[in-house]
Design a protein around this ligand. Structure first.
Ligand SMILES: [Fe+2]
Ligand SMILES: [Fe+2]
Length: 229
């Protein structure tokens, strides 16, 4: 079903110019640096430890989700993608990990529980329920097939899950590369892949500068045109 929803750009795969051109076409619809930094109190609320799922990963996934989600919205406005839910999920999805270098299948559910307790006065009920759904199911092995059947009717929610899992996935260039490109679910993720890799490499190279992750990611994302002032 999701094939029908795919932004079909196989030629874009691993082509940074195509990737940047697609994002540039968003023009003023791109996330602003000030909007990106609005997530600072939320993300800095958590205890980030050094490792593959640190605050650099979180800020990068947020930047990629912000741009990639907007790309889908531009191409498929009728889907009614909830961009706020996607971005909030990016901000908190790995905040409750207790194991960093091995599967920790419960961390999405724990992040969802945190959202339920802490975000209910800040966002509407529908957005909160999407954040909880996306957090929970981003961290379950696909083969479990535990998605409730009722969800299958909610095309935009399923697309959001596929999108988020991909945007989380394209940041996997840690310790060499453990990214399986053929595991990406949607064409738009392949469009985002080259710029995600560039953002990853540029920010990882600056980790020892002692500057907060959000500032480094914002600077490099802006340099790449992923966000605007
Ligand atoms: Fe995760
Ligand atoms: Fe993640």
């Amino acid at each position: 079903m999701l094939d029908r929803l795919t932004i079909n750009s196989p030629a874009a795969f691993e082509n940074l110019d195509v990737s940047l051109a697609a994002i540039e076409k968003l023009g003023g619809q791109r996330q602003r640096v000030s909007e990106f930094l609005q997530y600072r109190p939320l993300i800095n609320n958590f205890n980030w430890r050094p490792g593959p799922h640190d605050d650099f990963h979180t800020w990068r996934v947020l930047a990629i989700t912000a741009a990639g989600g907007r790309l889908v919205q531009k191409e498929r406005p009728n889907l009614g993608l909830n961009q706020t839910a996607l971005e909030l999920t990016a901000a908190i999805h790995d905040s409750a990990r207790t194991i960093d270098h091995a599967p920790d299948w419960g961390h999405g559910w724990r992040a969802a529980q945190w959202a339920k307790a802490n975000l209910k006065d800040q966002i509407d009920a529908k957005t909160l329920s999407q954040v909880r759904f996306l957090c929970t199911f981003h961290a379950l092995p696909d083969q479990l097939k535990v998605l409730p059947k009722s969800i299958l009717r909610h095309t935009s929610l399923l697309l959001s899950l596929a999108l988020f899992k991909d945007f989380d996935g394209v940041d996997r260039f840690r310790n060499g590369s453990d990214l399986r490109v053929d595991f990406l679910r949607l064409g738009v993720s392949r469009v985002m892949l080259p710029v995600a890799k560039r953002l990853h490499d540029a920010t990882e190279a600056r980790k020892d500068e002692g500057i907060p992750a959000m500032e480094i990611v914002a600077t490099e994302a802006k340099r790449l045109g992923l966000m605007i002032e």
